[in-house]
Design a protein around this ligand. Structure first.
Ligand SMILES: [Zn+2]
Length: 344
């Protein structure tokens, strides 16, 4: 590994878009299967890796379903969350916004308050052990429709420790944003930040709808925004953030290859883009790997990658005081790394 790649790994990082279930380590997945006495088409870590290959986006969604159904007890989320943050901390990620698809698990018979408690135990333990901070996003899961999403808001109203925003993930091409307008209106009144997956498996109209009907501050993915110059300038003017996940997009077939990923072009146009893993275990990636790929395939320099870090921190839903503190420590770390780099 070259000096520059060592430097890239040492950069402080922020991750805005990661699904807790999608971060389940392969050996932890095998543990879940065993604990639940389940039958699954994988018995070894190698099998799991092979199983995590996708023909297209719907195939990925099906594999994801098989994985989340391996979670049979609320407290299993403590280990999954802790390990997710341990893996992020190894890449010098200092702050994470992690997405929890609550309705998936409640429909499997698990209890929302117990699930949230288990996740937050993992978050607290990781903070003590690795000095990494994590807030939560609740994914309302679009496939269950707006009525279910309203119910999820009821749960959040009852219990929302560390919950900063809502999101809708799932099958975007079959479940467009518009019917979730009232849900998002209510989430906003509850003081939650608003995010939606859009423009990943569907075109720019899906992003327009997320903006116009849901009033989102961030878009998950947004790769197809590139097809519409009018949309790109709107994103730029409104300061709407695109949470991009390059490896994920290549592995689900949303983008043909890393070198053709729109993140470079959008970054150069001044759109606020961030880089994320999405589902690090299911896409066999990490934040280090995402940064390295941007460097290798899209020519991102170290200062540009640090800009991505700062953009991700500034556009995150962390409190302002904490944000200012973290920004200062990032700049300090960055200067130290760059000075050290020049000496050698
Ligand atoms: Zn996602």
């Amino acid at each position: 590994m070259s000096n520059i790649e060592v430097l890239i790994k040492a950069l402080p990082k922020v991750e805005q878009h990661i699904h807790i279930v999608g971060a389940t380590r392969p050996d932890t997945l095998l543990w879940l299967v065993e604990e639940g006495g389940l039958k699954r088409p994988f018995k070894t870590v190698k099998d799991v890796r092979r199983y995590f290959r996708y023909n297209d986006f719907p195939h990925f969604i099906n594999v994801y379903k098989t994985v989340f159904k391996c979670i049979t007890r609320e407290d299993q989320f403590e280990r999954i969350t802790y390990e997710m943050l341990e893996d992020d901390a190894r890449c010098n990620v200092r702050y994470v916004e992690a997405s929890f698809s609550a309705p998936d698990h409640v429909r499997q018979g698990l209890d929302y308050p117990l699930l949230l408690d288990a996740i937050n135990r993992g978050v607290s333990q990781a903070q003590r052990d690795f000095n990494i901070l994590c807030n939560l996003r609740i994914d309302l899961v679009r496939n269950y429709g707006p009525n279910m999403a309203m119910q999820v808001l009821d749960w959040i109203e009852e219990k929302r420790e560390n919950v900063v925003s809502v999101d809708i993930g799932g099958s975007e091409e079959r479940f467009p944003p518009k019917p979730f307008g009232r849900v998002y209106q209510r989430a906003r009144e509850m003081g939650l930040h608003l995010v939606a997956h859009a423009g990943e498996a569907a075109g720019p109209e899906s992003i327009w709808d997320a903006i116009n009907y849901l009033n989102v501050e961030h878009i998950g993915h947004g790769v197809t925004s590139k097809q519409s110059p009018k949309l790109v300038s709107h994103l730029l003017q409104q300061g709407i953030v695109l949470e991009m996940c390059p490896t994920s997009n290549v592995k689900t077939g949303a983008v043909a290859s890393l070198s053709r990923h729109p993140i470079r072009e959008l970054f150069e146009k001044g759109v606020t883009v961030t880089v994320n893993t999405d589902d690090p275990s299911m896409f066999n990636t990490s934040m280090d790997n995402e940064y390295l790929q941007l460097h290798r395939h899209l020519g991102f320099t170290v200062p540009e990658l640090f800009q991505l870090t700062v953009k991700a921190l500034d556009s995150s839903f962390m409190g302002e005081t904490q944000k200012t503190q973290m920004r200062k420590s990032f700049v300090k770390d960055y200067r130290r790394l760059m000075d050290h780099g020049h000496e050698h």
